[in-house]
Design a binder for this molecule. Structure first.
Ligand SMILES: [Zn+2]
Length: 104
């Protein structure tokens, strides 16, 4: 899964016209205007691919810490069905739902 994301990210980065200076993220201009250019769309996809990769990285780190499969919020075991659907899930459905509501 991580390798697949790495590939997607490098392909997307290859499509980007602007060179990436250093390792910092470029300023997010997607919110600035309503008309998205091709580069902006690529940037948005790249951004979500990076976010997903970070989730996968975190899941891999949890596997190494033997805390994988446990909700990071309530420490309950995450049901296997959920892990099948979202192998990088860090929270049980209940805590994820609470988090989503908090973010709104
Ligand atoms: Zn939980």
């Amino acid at each position: 899964m991580r390798d697949g994301l790495d590939r997607s990210i490098s392909i997307l980065q290859g499509e980007r016209p602007a060179p990436m200076a250093g390792s910092g993220y470029p300023a997010d201009q997607a919110d600035a205007g309503s008309s998205l250019s091709e580069a902006d769309r690529t940037e948005a996809v790249l951004h979500s691919a990076r976010a997903q990769r970070a989730e996968v990285e975190a899941a891999l780190a949890r596997i190494e810490e033997h805390s994988y499969g446990k909700c990071v919020d309530c420490q309950q075991e995450i049901p296997e069905g959920r892990l099948d659907a979202r192998p990088d899930a860090a929270r049980c459905v209940g805590c994820q739902g609470k988090l989503a509501r908090r973010r709104r």
